[in-house]
Design a binder for this molecule. Structure first.
Ligand code: 6GU
Length: 246
């Protein structure tokens, strides 16, 4: 998979060289290209922002450098176009399902905005020749898209075939498969500082262990993420709008 990231702080993305994502890059599974948006400015101050039309606080990223950056990464008449992800708190939610979808793409480009965001014409222009998704990683505000890109790239990279040693570990984790949070896990020793590993896990009875883990998943999900269980209620009562196909 090819990844392009455009930012006014490309140093921020240096973390992509570390850990699992860095390994994927070194092994050739990921081909990462970082770009400085200011390379596509032409004034002495390398200006990337300006005041918003209509007034209001803050600054807006100018369309021109973004247009030139897109044209440089993915020429208009090129043989292929990337799928463009624009991180913004005003975007659609980033979920495990979207991570799986992005992991199937051959080429992703990320456009990191700062300030109050990017002139909206950049997304509408880009959408004339590539798929564009404005995506949020959660209901809080970051100063820019860079940290969100680190989050999304890590979530996507670990799904690429060959990146995770044991792909079975993907199936049981939170937000996969059954849509429940993962059950608690334990390792040796069985007794530690007055806290014991639940008996059933030491029993060797795999049926009982599976039942216990499922119950713990449901308990945790009800306590921490009742919204996830409510979504299942909608599926069971046919109110999720999917006609039973999901
Ligand atoms: Cl994707 N970007 C920014 N700047 N803030 C965010 C976000 C993204 N997701 C949540 N907050």
């Amino acid at each position: 998979m090819r990844l392009d990231v455009v930012s006014i702080f490309p140093e921020y993305l240096a973390a992509l060289d570390v850990s699992l994502v860095g390994k994927a890059a070194k092994s050739g599974l990921l081909d990462v290209h970082l770009h400085d948006l200011r390379d596509w400015t032409h004034d002495r101050h390398r200006t990337v922002d300006d005041t918003p039309y209509g007034g209001g606080a803050g600054m807006v990223m100018k369309a021109e450098p973004w247009g030139q950056a897109l044209d440089a990464l993915a020429p208009v008449d090129g043989p292929a176009q990337p799928r463009l992800i624009v991180p913004t708190p005003a975007g659609r939610p980033f979920t495990q399902a979207l991570a799986y979808e992005l992991a199937a793409e051959p080429w992703l480009a990320f456009a990191c905005g700062r300030y109050e965001g990017i002139d909206a014409r950049v997304a509408s222009y880009a959408a004339e020749r590539m798929r564009v998704d404005e995506v949020s990683i959660g209901d809080y505000v970051l100063n820019g898209g860079e940290v969100a890109v680190l989050v999304m790239v890590e979530a996507v990279a670990r799904l690429l075939p060959g990146v995770i040693g044991n792909p079975e570990s993907l199936a049981e984790e939170s937000h996969s498969g059954d849509g429940l949070l993962e059950y608690p896990v334990y390792t040796k020793p069985p007794a530690w500082r007055g806290h014991d590993v639940p008996e059933v896990l030491l029993s060797g009875n795999h049926g009982l262990i599976a039942d216990w883990r499922h119950e713990e998943s449901v308990r945790r999900t009800a306590e921490r993420r009742p919204d996830l269980l409510a979504a299942w209620g909608d599926v069971l009562s046919g109110q999720d709008g999917t006609d039973g196909v999901r």
